[in-house]
Design a protein around this ligand. Sequence first.
Ligand code: F6R
Length: 254
Amino acid sequence: MKLNYRGMTIYVEKDYAAMSRAAAELLVQTVKENSATVLGLATGSTPIGMYQEVVKAYQRGEVDFARTLSYNLDEYYPINHDNDQSYHYFMRENLFRHINILPENTHVPSGEAKDVERSAAEYDEKIYAIGGVDLQVLGIGNNGHIGFNEPAAIFAKGTGLVDLTESTISANSRFFASIDDVPKKAVSMGIATIMQAKRIMLLASGQGKAGIVAQTILGEITPQVPASALQLHRNVTFFLDEAAAAELLAKLGK
Ligand code: F6R
């Protein structure tokens, strides 16, 4: 099902696999139209299926990433880039090493920088210098975070060091040996960095996301729900599975 709500495009797919295929189609199509596309990429469990579909399309010879650039949303801080919980590692394992994107064309905020604020500011400068992100992939946290922009009193602007909330630390502890091993900080693109992308796609799956998805699309635009800022973007597409869309569809009477 395809919906349009106040300028936002919303695809509701049967399940996670169908949602992943639909999202991959948009990413692949974008790179096919312009092989020098600048992708903004996300980690987390949600986009893994989409990345697998992208890899399959590459293996079928449908798409070429030789001129593609990528900028990831975020990285834990501090973390060693070889740590298997780092987002550098995640991106290598789930996407980069399976396609022909050049390692020097991939960028992930540094979890190792000594001067983290400076390295974060330089990250934004690089993105702006190349003309910005063409297609930004997002997941969404249970609390409405995008990147690691947690609910706050104001929208964060540029890339910077952020404190993770207890809810995010606890949600992400499923990937670590113990909750004490989860880093308490991260470097994340800011809301302004995310909003400068020419096109944004947000993926959400499962009933755990149903409430926050409805709030993001229908609710008040507030930094307490960072993803609600997307209502102000002029080219945003949501890829939801039926479980994640349930509350939205109920509220819309669909
Ligand atoms: C990841 C990121 C986060 C995740 C979010 C959802 O780069 O920026 O905002 O998208 O925490 O994570 P999952 O997909 O694991 O539910």
